[in-house]
Unconditional design. Structure first.
Length: 367
């Protein structure tokens, strides 16, 4: 069995080599030529999986180690009877960590502000539950859910009135609730002046040209992790946003490893074989001292570092191709980032802070 995989999937050789020959290459460079004698294709979100890639190949199983599947032509896979698996929820904790880092970096009083969440599936739902556990007032919009699934549901218009707006929707073009350019010029004009807009879902959910035009006076703080036309993103928009990152909100080591493992488990189920033992990566807890929630969050992951690296790499790029190459290199060489559960926080006589940190997954101790 030949298995072709994106070379940015951690542990892919360790997990899949017992079942066949594993060949890796960069996800954006995968072509039909790589698949002429392949049985299994393993990708992340940068590889469009469609007839142009798969027609004439012997592929029987496609796995995407991601939450989103808008890069996959599901109808085509069904027509070919190709089994498909994704990894829903694999990087939800990582995206929540990203959002919290942005809030701690940019909004000192965010715990007392109203947060609007658009899209309350695996990621948005995890963010909602985390914020509510911290006592934050949340408004949510997701037309596919009801209040039995998640509290705080309201209209899209009411969510736009929040102080902080977080987008975590998949990208859909058709259907009753399309999300393409959901935040268009009209919606942006109804967003709260002085608010913070954060998009860690899919780039085209926000009309990037309208955002660039309307925010020239920087009436909003804007955090973009996803962009239209990735990887050849708009440099004027990068210059304008408060924080820009190269589609890495969910790029914790834990999230990427979890995605690979979830796809492997589905693959083994398809084969009718037991899942392989999980490769051990036990690590000691890394301890830090904390006098505030922001201090602890930013000590573990400071989003400003990713913003700095992106501006240094891209703003001097000479042409769109160089921008695209630089964007992908930032993703491919992204530093290892661990989630809160790998860290311990020593807190001196502050039960409230200790409770906040425990909510985020820190081990806590007096001191």
């Amino acid at each position: 069995m030949k298995i072709v995989a994106d070379d940015n999937m951690p542990l892919v050789r360790e997990l899949f080599s017992p079942y066949g020959e594993v060949v890796t290459c960069p996800g954006r460079e995968l072509t039909a030529a790589h698949l002429v004698d392949a049985d299994v294709l393993l990708v992340r979100s940068v590889t469009p999986v469609n007839a142009a890639l798969l027609e004439g190949s012997p592929i029987q199983f496609v796995g995407s180690a991601t939450i989103g599947v808008d890069h996959v032509d599901m109808d085509y896979l069904t027509s070919r009877n190709i089994r498909f698996a994704s990894a829903p929820g694999c990087n939800a904790n990582a995206v929540v960590q990203y959002v919290l880092s942005a809030l701690c970096r940019l909004r000192p009083g965010w715990l007392r502000e109203t947060v609007g969440i658009v899209g309350c599936g695996n990621v948005g739902g995890r963010l909602y539950r985390t914020l509510r556990a911290l006592g934050v007032d949340c408004r949510c919009y997701d037309p596919f859910l009801d209040n039995a699934a998640i509290g705080g549901l309201t209209t899209f218009e009411r969510v736009l009135e929040a102080d902080i707006l977080c987008l975590h929707t998949p990208l859909t073009i058709g259907g009753p609730y399309p999300t393409h350019h959901m935040l268009n010029e009209a919606a942006l004009m109804n967003f709260s002046p002085g608010g913070l807009l954060l998009n860690a879902g899919r780039g085209p959910v926000v009309d990037n040209a309208a955002l660039l035009r309307l925010n020239r006076g920087e009436q909003w703080q804007v955090v973009l992790d996803v962009w239209e036309s990735e990887p050849e993103i708009s440099l004027p928009l990068l210059e304008q946003v408060t924080i820009g990152t190269p589609h890495i909100a969910g790029y914790s080591e834990d999230g990427k490893i979890s995605g690979t493992r979830m796809v492997c488990e589905a693959f083994c189920q398809w084969l009718g074989q037991p899942s392989p033992a999980k490769p051990g990566r036990d690590e000691p807890v890394r301890w830090l001292r904390a006098t505030s929630l922001a201090e602890a969050v930013l000590a573990v992951y400071d989003i400003a570092d990713d913003d700095r690296r992106m501006r240094e790499a891209l703003l001097s790029a000479g042409d769109p191709a160089a921008v695209g190459f630089g964007f992908d290199q930032l993703r491919k060489t992204y530093p290892a980032r661990r989630e809160f559960q790998h860290f311990g926080a020593r807190v001196r006589s502050n039960e409230y802070l200790t409770g906040q940190l425990a909510t985020l997954g820190f081990t806590t101790a007096e001191g």
